[in-house]
Design a protein around this ligand. Structure first.
Ligand SMILES: Cc1cc2nc3c(=O)[nH]c(=O)nc-3n(C[C@H](O)[C@H](O)[C@H](O)COP(=O)(O)O)c2cc1C
Length: 195
């Protein structure tokens, strides 16, 4: 069962990507296989021109196809998610997230747009056919700090990441125990999620 970590920020360094990496380390500790995909590494021309046949785009889409779950991270830009992330999502098939579990993460300058993931990204994930979208995690810039000593999270955010990772891990184990290659037949409603 593999997890794709989809980093949707165009910036380096990136707060949302650091948060994603933090979640990734917890998932790896829980025994999951992860793979990172930075949208900013994809060719800009191909993204801007919606070039479905570009080789790098095809490889990135294959990584999406192969994943059982996706942790998707984005900065809040103009009260929504980043444009470069949308440019990539637009290149996926209409049901590009079919059968997949998705855990959304975001960072933003303030609490003003803390619902951006729910009103902007969640409908897109549903349109892409995501099987189950877990409760999202939103952190302000002040809640995600880093230095040469590593990342320092506000305790509330640390707890929400912990819950998100636990929930995702439990759902993946449930699917595995169910012996299902896809999640279509797993009764997720029977798996308790903490929020
Ligand atoms: C172009 C741009 C637009 C932004 N728009 C918003 C916004 O609407 N609401 C908000 O809370 N923060 C906004 N921010 C702040 C970023 O969301 C915030 O700094 C975030 O942590 C950056 O994440 P990153 O380092 O992963 O790119 C904006 C930043 C930029 C550069």
């Amino acid at each position: 069962m593999s997890i794709l970590l989809l980093a949707g920020s165009p910036s380096i360094p990136s707060r949302s990507t650091r948060l994603l990496q933090y979640a990734a380390e917890r998932l790896q500790t829980a025994g999951h296989r992860t793979r990172m995909l930075h949208v900013l590494d994809l060719p800009a021309q191909a993204l801007l021109h919606a070039d479905f046949n570009n080789g790098d785009i095809k490889v990135a889409k294959a990584h999406v196809d192969e994943a059982d779950a996706i942790v998707i991270a984005t900065p809040v830009y103009k009260a929504a998610y980043s444009g470069v992330l949308k440019a990539f999502l637009d290149l996926l098939r209409q049901d590009g997230f079919a059968g997949k579990l998705v855990l959304p993460l975001a960072t933003g300058g303030s609490q003003s747009h803390m619902l951006a993931l729910d009103y902007a990204l969640r409908p897109v994930l549903s349109a892409l056919g995501a099987r189950h979208v877990l409760p999202s995690v939103y952190a302000t810039d002040a809640q995600v700090q880093w230095s040469d000593k590593g990342i320092a999270l506000d305790p509330g955010i640390e707890q929400r990441i912990h819950d998100g990772v636990q929930n995702l891990s439990a759902l993946l184990h449930a699917a595995h125990a169910h012996g299902s290659a896809s999640f279509a037949s797993v009764p997720f409603s029977a798996v308790r999620c903490s929020v």
